[in-house]
Design a protein around this ligand. Structure first.
Ligand SMILES: *[C@@H]1O[C@H](CO)[C@@H](O)[C@H](O)[C@H]1NC(C)=O
Ligand SMILES: *[C@@H]1O[C@H](CO)[C@@H](O)[C@H](O)[C@H]1NC(C)=O
Ligand SMILES: *[C@@H]1O[C@H](CO)[C@@H](O)[C@H](O)[C@H]1NC(C)=O
Ligand SMILES: *[C@@H]1O[C@H](CO)[C@@H](O)[C@H](O)[C@H]1NC(C)=O
Length: 536
């Protein structure tokens, strides 16, 4: 017994001496049903799927319904109501940002010796340079500051303005014009991994533009040859979406290969997550799928908040599972810090809980409830407590409260492409891959089946809608009438949260920030006294 204890102690000190590399890949607007491991075979995602099966498929995992709030939760470990980020997204010309008093994930990691890089999207404020990534814990940034960009010209059109939004650190990256965004971000990530000095741990935050729509003049862009490969998808929008997603999956393959080539994979934690639910059926001019879940991005239905996500790491003691541990995107901060060997006992001022032990050992999650958000400007609030979910109010006057396809379940799923794809090959090299039989079982288990029986319609603009989300993951039958007391409890819980909320930081856009004043570029306009002359 004594022997045993000594062994454990030695192992622990060794483990803390060599902290794991953390690669966090955030997809944008990816739907629950866009990954192959949730049951659709329409768009192959063999690299993402390979990580999922040989790590943990997070099937009780929630994100915020929209970009900026979700990313703020990831970076701070706090619910958006506690940072003022609860209402909508930030615009490039908006004189506002994630409050500077907040300590961000890379800043915590920096204290543990991590070298932090961000590649891709920021979206947490840029009107003054102090709000941008290099001033908030990252040592490099190749990417953009606003919510989206065109995949080739890298401009963003939003809130009545239009400008270039691509940076290499603080410099405007004019020279990247014409190169496909996903390729740019992949190349930079691979370069960072190749050049990384493995004596320090790496934190790579790869926040892709994919699969967000670009600008209205051509929202869904991918290389022609990639689109041509999806001719079997009749719906042209979905076909182009498939090509965008396929490039994202290819990126995951290249990043994992780079980690393998560098010998870093065995001491890495890789997270893949969406930031919010998919923009389906033409929402945001996009073609994602959350089937069979209800709603889309920026709704509080499961389709808006139940996130496609996975974690992969050799440090996970019980991998190859569909995880039912309840988790929220705010939990990544303490979870990753604990996995990195940090002392997390002082992290009591945040909402996130460390799920690391529960995930790794398949024990009970410390999380029992998730506040999906309270947005008093939109008049909407929602919470899940254990199996119960309450929704009060809705967005878009209810126009996006339905169920959207495609299911994609009728397509043949190619297990061999998962086994033999770039990620499969890397994982086999280090003996961390599962066989085809296990893949089949896990995939079936991760595929959501709606309950049956009649729908009981509920309009959350008129009355609270209330679901047993375990039995009714598709939100078909409101049981508000059957369980008035539990419903009341959840309403009280929302009020308790509401009493701790801070006002939204959201501000109207400042005409001074319009790119037309700044050589057609989105800038940190708040740092300059007078707008430049309009350059045409
Ligand atoms: C950003 O700056 C860092 C530090 O000077 C440098 O190593 C890195 O290459 C720069 N990144 C880009 C994309 O220019
Ligand atoms: C945690 O907080 C206590 C009390 O403020 C402090 O003494 C201790 O150093 C802190 N620990 C860490 C790891 O920050
Ligand atoms: C499945 O993927 C493999 C590549 O690993 C390919 O060779 C094979 O043709 C695919 N099978 C089908 C039925 O598409
Ligand atoms: C939250 O509190 C504010 C201020 O008291 C109030 O106006 C708002 O209606 C409350 N929201 C909810 C969902 O209870």
């Amino acid at each position: 017994m004594l022997h045993f204890i000594i062994l454990i102690t030695c192992f622990t000190s060794l483990a803390t001496a060599k902290r794991p590399h953390i690669i966090f890949i955030l997809a944008d607007d990816l739907g629950f049903n866009d990954v192959g491991f949730h049951g659709s075979g329409q768009i192959p995602t063999p690299n993402i799927d390979a990580l999922a099966y040989s790590g943990l498929i997070l099937n009780n995992y929630y994100v915020n319904p929209i970009c900026t709030p979700s990313r703020s939760a990831l970076m701070t470990g706090k619910y958006p109501i506690h940072t003022g980020m609860q209402h909508g997204v930030l615009y490039g010309a908006e004189p506002s940002g994630l409050p500077l008093c907040e300590k961000l994930l890379p800043q915590y990691l920096q204290e543990l010796g991590y070298v932090n890089h961000i590649v891709g999207k920021w979206h947490l404020g840029s009107w003054k340079k102090v709000y941008t990534p290099l001033y908030r814990g990252f040592v490099s940034h190749l990417g953009y500051w606003t919510g989206h960009q065109d995949y080739y010209d890298h401009t963003a059109m939003e809130a009545g303005s239009w400008g270039l939004d691509m940076r290499k650190n603080m410099s405007v990256a004019y020279e990247l014009h014409g190169e496909y965004s996903t390729d740019i971000f992949t190349k930079e990530s691979v370069r960072l991994i190749k050049n990384h000095d493995p004596s320090s741990p790496l934190f790579l935050y790869l926040a892709h533009v994919a699969v967000h729509s670009g600008n209205p003049y051509e929202p869904l862009r991918a290389p022609d040859e990639e689109i041509a490969g999806f001719g079997f998808i009749e719906n042209y929008e979905r076909r182009k979406f498939a090509a965008m997603l396929s490039k994202l999956d290819e990126s995951v393959g290249q990043v994992v290969k780079a980690l393998g080539d560098k010998g870093m994979l065995e001491n890495s934690i890789i997270v893949f997550s969406t930031d919010n639910g998919g923009a389906a059926a033409g929402f945001n001019l996009n073609a994602a799928s959350n089937y069979p879940l209800r709603g889309v991005k920026n709704t509080y239905w499961e389709g808006g908040v139940k996130g496609a996500g996975l974690i992969w790491s050799p440090l996970i003691q019980k991998p190859f599972r569909v995880s039912r541990q309840m988790m929220h995107i705010a939990d990544w901060l303490p979870t990753l810090l604990e996995a990195a060997g940090a002392d997390t006992t002082n992290l009591t001022h945040i909402d996130g809980l460390s799920i690391w032990k529960a995930l790794s050992e398949n024990s009970e999650s410390p999380r029992e409830e998730i506040l999906h958000n309270i947005d008093d400007i939109l008049g909407i609030s929602s919470i899940t407590v254990n199996n119960w979910k309450l929704i009060q109010g809705t967005t878009y006057k209810g126009a996006w409260d339905n169920w959207y396809g495609p299911s994609g379940r009728w397509y043949q799923y190619n297990i061999s492409s998962v086994e033999n794809g770039p990620v499969g090959v890397q994982l086999k090299k280090i003996n961390k891959f599962v066989d085809g039989k296990v893949i089949k079982t896990l995939r079936a288990e991760a595929t959501i089946q709606c309950g049956d029986g009649p729908k009981i319609h509920c309009n959350p603009l008129k009355t609270p809608c209330f679901y047993n989300i375990l039995k009714d993951p598709c939100e078909l039958k409101s049981v508000a009438k059957e369980y008035p007391l539990v419903l009341k409890e959840l309403q009280v819980r929302i009020q308790q949260f509401n009493a701790t909320a801070v006002p939204p930081i959201k501000k109207p856009v400042d005409p001074k920030g319009d790119p037309k004043n700044w050589n057609r570029v989105y800038t940190n306009f708040g740092d300059f006294e007078n707008p430049n002359l309009i350059v045409l």
